[in-house]
Design a protein around this ligand. Structure first.
Ligand code: SF4
Length: 384
C-alpha cells in the first residue's frame, strides 16, 4: 500500500511551539502550486506501478488553499498516478479556515477526512501557543464540518502546556468527546530548538514545561479516551473502530510513501529515503529547472532495524521478529531476542508469539526505551 503526502508550506501566523517548515509569505502561493504539480510529474516514475491508497495534505496549513488550488493538485495526481477508488484523502485544517462554503467545496473535491488543529478549547492555551483561532471557532468548525457531511474527523489536542491545569485538560477531553469526532491525535507541548517558545523560556519570558505534568496529563488522556471506547493504537493516536488514520498507519508499518513539497520526505518501504529542501524559494526555482531539490540516503541494516523498532514499538501492532529476520538478517533477529529478555522480565516488553510489544504503561516513554534496544556502533564494537 502506498501513500502520497503533500506538504503545503504556508501558514497565516507562526505558532510559538512549531518547528515544521512553512512560510507566512503567501505571495509565492501560485508558483508553489505549479511547482508541486511539476514535482508530482517528475517523481512519478518511482511510483508508477503502485496503487495509491492514501493522499494526505499536510503542512503548514493546507486549508489555506482554495478549492480551486487543491483541485489543480488533485487533477495532477489523478492524471499521473493510479489512485485506488477507495483512497483515503485527508486534509489538515485550521478552524478559522473552515467556513461552510469552503467545507462544501472540500467535500465536493472528494476529501472525506479532516484533521482539525484544535489544540485546546481554552483561549488562554491558544493565546499562549499563538494559534490563529479561538476556542469558539474550533467548536464551530467541527459542527459545520459534520453538518456538511464529514464523518471522519480527527482533532489535534495539545497537553502539558504551562497554561493547562489538569482540570482544564479533563474539560478539553470532555468537550472533545461531546463533539462526536471519531479520531483524536494528542501531543505533549514540546520545546523544539529555534522556536519562539524555546527562546521565550530561555529568556524566562515563559514558564518552563514540567515533564511530570505532561506524564500525568498523558495518563488522564489515555484513561479518559479508552474509557469512552476509543482504541489507543499509537502513542499519540486514538480512534474509534474503523477510524484509524490509514495514511499514518502505513507510515508506522513501514510502507512506501512519496512526499511532495518543500521539506517533504519519501521512503521506498525498504532502504531508500529522500527529503526535499526546507526552503520555498529554492524549492520553486529548482523544480522550475526540472530538478527535485532533495538529499538521498541509503539505510544501512542497522538503520533499518532501528527505525523498524522506533516505528513499531509506538503502536498496538509492535514489531515482528520474523520480519526483522527477513529484512535485516539473523544477526538482528538474535540481537533483539537477547536484548529483549531483560525488558520482558521487567514487564516493559511483552512477547506474543512472533510479536514484541511495548507495555501500555510505558508508551509515554516509548522513544527512550526503544533507543535502549538500538543496534549501534557500540553494539558492533562490543561484538568484536
Ligand atoms: S498552523 Fe501548524 S504548521 Fe502552521 S505554525 Fe501553527 S502548528 Fe505550525
Amino acid at each position: 500500500m502506498a501513500g502520497i503526502y503533500l506538504h503545503i508550506p504556508f501558514c497565516k501566523k507562526k505558532c510559538h511551539y512549531c518547528d515544521f517548515h512553512f512560510s507566512t509569505r503567501l505571495n509565492d502561493r501560485k508558483e508553489m502550486i505549479v511547482a508541486l504539480c511539476q514535482e508530482l510529474v517528475l517523481a512519478r516514475e518511482d511510483f508508477i506501478e503502485e496503487s495509491i491508497k492514501t493522499l494526505y495534505f499536510g503542512g503548514g496549513t493546507p486549508s489555506l488553499l482554495s478549492a480551486h488550488e487543491l483541485n489543480i493538485i488533485l487533477k495532477t495526481i489523478y492524471k499521473n498516478y493510479s489512485i485506488s477508488s477507495e483512497a483515503e484523502i485527508t486534509l489538515e485544517a485550521n478552524p478559522d479556515d473552515l467556513s461552510i462554503e469552503k467545507l462544501k467545496d472540500f467535500y465536493a473535491l472528494g476529501i472525506r477526512r479532516l484533521s482539525i488543529g484544535v489544540q485546546s478549547f481554552f483561549d488562554e492555551d491558544l493565546y499562549f501557543m499563538n494559534r490563529s483561532h479561538t476556542a469558539l471557532e474550533a467548536l464551530g468548525s467541527i459542527e459545520r464540518a459534520q453538518n456538511v457531511g464529514f464523518l471522519n474527523i480527527s482533532m489535534d489536542l495539545i497537553y502539558g502546556s504551562p497554561t493547562t491545569t489538569d482540570r482544564m485538560w479533563l474539560k478539553n477531553l470532555d468537550i472533545a468527546l461531546k463533539t462526536g469526532v471519531s479520531h483524536i491525535s494528542s501531543y505533549a507541548l514540546t520545546i523544539e530548538p529555534k522556536t519562539i517558545l524555546f527562546n521565550r523560556i530561555r529568556l524566562r519570558k515563559a514558564p518552563i514545561i514540567q515533564e511530570e505534568t505532561q506524564a500525568r496529563q498523558y495518563e488522564l488522556l489515555v484513561e479518559y479516551l479508552e474509557h469512552a471506547g476509543f482504541i489507543h493504537y499509537e502513542v499519540s493516536n486514538f480512534g474509534r473502530k474503523g477510524c484509524f488514520s490509514r495514511h499514518n498507519t502505513s507510515y508506522w508499518k513501514g510502507l512506501p510513501y512519496l512526499g511532495i513539497g518543500p521539506s517533504a520526505h519519501s521512503f521506498d518501504g525498504f532502504k531508500k529515503r529522500r527529503w526535499n529542501v526546507r526552503n520555498n524559494r529554492l524549492y520553486i526555482d529548482s523544480i522550475g529547472d526540472g530538478l527535485i531539490p532533495s538529499r538521498k540516503e541509503q539505510l544501512s541494516l542497522a538503520d533499518r532495524y532501528n527505525e523498524y523498532l522506533l516505528r513499531g514499538l509506538r503502536t498496538l501492532w509492535g514489531v515482528n521478529i520474523l520480519e526483522i529476520k527477513r529484512n535485516c538478517g539473523q544477526r538482528y533477529h538474535d540481537y533483539l531476542c537477547k536484548e529483549a529478555k531483560n525488558f520482558i522480565q521487567q514487564d516493559i516488553l511483552k512477547r506474543r508469539k512472533m510479536q514484541f510489544l511495548l507495555s501500555k504503561k510505558y508508551w509515554f516513554y516509548a522513544d527512550g526505551i526503544t533507543s535502549d534496544l538500538f543496534f549501534t556502533q557500540k553494539t558492533i564494537d562490543n561484538d568484536k
